[in-house]
Design a protein. Sequence first.
Length: 133
Amino acid sequence: LIMSVKSKKYGRDQEYDGNKIVNSSLNIEPKCFIFSDIATESGQVYTLDLKARFDYNVQKIALKTDTGSLTATLKINGTAITSLSGIEATTTTADYTATALNILAPGDVLTLTIDTLTDSPLELTGNIEIKRT
């Protein structure tokens, strides 16, 4: 059942399906993280969502290191998200957009794997923009 409701905040009609507002920027959420224990070797895996609680798409990721640089891959259940494989993080914030294989269902696991390290970064900061589906 989809019904139309007027948004109190924005004063315009929104569609509501009983669980969430449909086709709205209100369904977009950030997931922020800081990893302060980057090892000296590649292959580290960081869990960003141990068990998804609802359906969502990974839209974008932003990454930044404190020193040096690294490359990383964002994965769902071990499968790389298209366009988010081998992405680079440096001391300047970089933004990347997912293009496919970016949909999580309840129970899925979202991880970030460190592929390579250069000049010993110690900390990785980032956020992921997700959109509930």
